[in-house]
Unconditional design. Structure first.
Length: 302
């Protein structure tokens, strides 16, 4: 058995930090190596969905010299809200430990500038080629590829430049990734973003899944998850404006139109990637007409 605590990237505003993670009785996902082949990748993927969470377990969090105790829920998940007095925006570390052994685990959180533009982006088929609407292709990628062999979309530099155009020619530092992927894939996403030098950010993923059936259903669209995560960020950073980025393959346009209709004064722009195998140009045009009525700029990209 390989017990461990995984602390996810947390977020902070001017007075509080939110830290979350999972505690596991068994978690056999190994560190990624560039030479790993299809067989090793398959084993890693299966292990991600066979991890055994620890229910109702006490976890201690050490931040800025003070300790805070929290307890996992029935899925091994924990979350903790801690006040702080840090002034300078940036990345900061925290430590996790428990009484069951002497292991220490590390995590980090991001303190955002309250007034700087934030980017909220989808991941699958927006940045990471995933074939989310094609089950067989999607499963082949998940099962047999790793963070080295998975690809970003071909014109990722357009993604960077368009963000700058929507933010008065300045590139934001604050990135938040809201995805239909589950926490099982957290290590993969951390590796993928690092290897491909994508902007470091905080992930908002769906609840941990378990078993082969859940593996097959991974990435299932959840309208409430994306909408709720975006609205949480709008509440957590009341003075911040955001750029929303997604694609035309799943439900991003429906989610973003709902957000724009409620919070258009907080949205600096919307970007939608046109997937080459999805032909819904009329739907994109209707979406563009709808959000521009709220004076929110729109860009599409390939």
């Amino acid at each position: 058995m390989e017990s461990k605590i995984i602390g996810y990237r947390g977020i902070a505003n001017t007075n509080k930090v939110i830290i979350s993670g999972h505690a596991f009785e068994k978690h056999r996902v190994r560190d990624l190596q560039a030479h790993h082949g299809r067989r090793r990748n398959l084993k890693q993927t299966i292990n991600r969905f066979r991890a055994r969470p620890l229910k109702w377990t006490a976890v201690d969090i050490k931040l800025n010299g003070t300790e805070h105790r929290v307890r996992t829920n029935n899925r091994g998940y924990f979350t903790c809200e801690i006040t702080h007095k840090i002034k300078e925006p940036g990345w900061y570390s925290y430590e996790l430990f428990w009484r069951r052994n002497h292991k220490r685990f590390s995590g980090e959180f991001y303190l955002s500038d309250e007034h700087e533009t934030g980017v909220i982006s989808d991941i699958d088929d927006t940045l990471l080629v995933s074939h989310s609407t094609r089950l067989i292709r999607k499963m082949a990628l998940i099962l047999f590829r790793n963070a080295y062999s998975r690809k970003t979309f071909p014109f990722v530099m357009n993604w960077h430049s368009y963000i700058g155009e929507l933010n008065d020619k300045e590139h934001p530092r604050d990135f938040f990734y809201v995805s239909n992927s589950e926490w099982n894939l957290y290590d993969f996403l951390i590796d993928f973003f690092s290897i491909n030098e994508l902007p470091k950010g905080v992930f908002f993923l769906q609840q941990l899944k378990k078993g082969i059936r859940d593996l097959i259903l991974t990435g299932k669209v959840n309208h409430d998850h994306k909408t709720g995560s975006i609205e949480f960020l709008l509440r957590f950073y009341p003075n911040k404006k955001f750029i929303l980025i997604g694609d035309n393959g799943q439900k991003d346009m429906e989610v973003y139109l709902e957000i724009v209709s409620k919070y258009h004064q907080r949205i600096k722009g919307v970007m939608i990637r046109k997937l080459p195998y999805i032909k819904n140009e009329k739907k994109i045009l209707r979406f563009q007409e709808s959000i521009t009525k709220y004076n929110v700029p729109f860009k599409s990209f390939h």
